[in-house]
Design a binder for this molecule. Sequence first.
Ligand code: HEM
Length: 210
Amino acid sequence: MAVFLVSSIPFVLLCTRLLRNDLGINPVETLQHTTGDWTLRFLIFTLAITPLRKTLNLPELIRFRRMLGLFAFFYVVLHFLTYLGPDQSFNFSGMWDDVAKRKFVTVGFAAFLLLIPLAATSTTGMIRRLGGKRWQSLHRLIYVCAILGVIHYYWLVKSDVRKPLMYAFFVGIFLLWRVWDAYFRRKGKAPATVRPEVSTHTNLPAEKNV
Ligand code: HEM
């Protein structure tokens, strides 16, 4: 509940600013930038869960991963809607032209499309239906989404690339950690151990969760 409330704060603040007419000289841009930023942040928070869970030996952190991932999806839907509505006036053919023409939009759109099956299969029922292994493979796409999100941001900024590079740094760290962890697991010795508890969300053994 606390994680839900904290994750909702950016949305509540944005709504408050919107209602107060306090979104600056370019409200659409403010909405787009704020929702884009929060999408990328929540993707990174989601990626951080497994490394933190394993290195700090806190298996209970797994409970928050689904919610953080769903918040990333929630913010990208808002981000997309601010693009489709105020930016493109719900003109789908104009949107397709833009997706085809501007490469940063193409990449952002691809990341958005990839997040849809992840959100749709986030329920415990879907995990059971797909089976742990297939579900895990599908949900590794979150790394691809985060990388595409960073490229999208990097390509859209005109001069100051410090922020996209900072996001790239975090995505890179978590990706490298994953590769390192998988390498040691294949060699039969885990670099960090986790108590083999059952995840409260998935009923899969905690170390089987991605
Ligand atoms: C996972 C998917 C996505 C992520 C992580 C993401 C992230 C971001 C970020 C971080 C920004 C810049 C925020 C800032 O300047 O502080 C941004 C801007 C923007 N994004 Fe996305 N985005 C995604 C998907 C999309 C999609 C699907 C579209 C439209 C089809 C889109 C269109 C835009 C536009 C038009 C801007 C503003 C560009 C400008 O200022 O010129 N994004 N996005």
